[in-house]
Design a protein around this ligand. Sequence first.
Ligand code: DGY
Length: 325
Amino acid sequence: MKPKVLVTREVFDETLAYLSEHCDVESNQEDVALTPDALARRTADKDGVICAIPDRIDAALLERARGLKVVANIAVGYNNIDVPVCTARGILVTNTPAVLDDSTADFAWTLMLGAARRITEVERYVRNGEWTAWRLKQWMGIDVHHATLGVVGMGRIGQAIAKRAAGFEMRVLYHNRKRVDEGIERALKASLVSLDELLRESDFVVLQVPYSPETHHLIGAAELAKMKPTAVLINSTRGGVVDDAALIDALKKGTIRAAGLDVFENEPNLDRRFLELDNVVLAPHVGSSTEATRRAMAMTAAKNAVAALTGGRPPNLVNPEVADR
Ligand code: DGY
């Protein structure tokens, strides 16, 4: 008998074809998020679940899924999964690192450049038919080239963001739990500084830390107050790393100049006050969303699940201690 797998959201044909070779697949290809109860009910008799950021794999669901062996997230972040409970129950948890680093870094830069050059404002202006004349002082933005970039969280994606700064001849600062390899620092021409120094010095602050209780509201009113009034904040990692109410206040008062946001607290029901602000570029959590990358993420998750269910070691284990037991 093949192991039973639930795929919670729409994936690609090749993902399902690959999974079906190895597993008995039940999938939600309607692509409407399952309610917590439907998700728990449909996971209850499965050996594996392939899920995504909006699916909460919590203690209550895990309690019902007594035969579950693997939770394969289609994402690098996994704050939607109760990893300690999975680990305690001997359930493997996997994610999709590496395949999305470059696309996600590109998108952080999209937000940076977009916020600096006011791309959403000028685009609206042209579309609305308001463009009647060229003016010297029209829609002036700020320069990205030769500015100071501050990357908070120098993991793989943070490094990919910093790497792109060379072409813009930027000074690169970073803040991280620990210093990155000296060779990497040298290649990126990046200097480790305290969070305070990074906030004080940077023209562009890009957040790339995973979300956890430790990083909840890492950037709140006090941190925003430390930033330059000309600075731009980019959140391309997870909602909750920024205190959105404090950011709205800072954007309104001009504490900082602008923001570029791909993620929000309580997304997709973001604080509607963001919609009234011109100095913020908004995106619907699409940092990794290029066709090639999303295909690679789905296939990576499928391969992780199949490895776990066929006696192999999934390549992208979040809790390797379970496999090592
Ligand atoms: C991730 O991989 O964590 C992204 O946020 C999903 O797009």
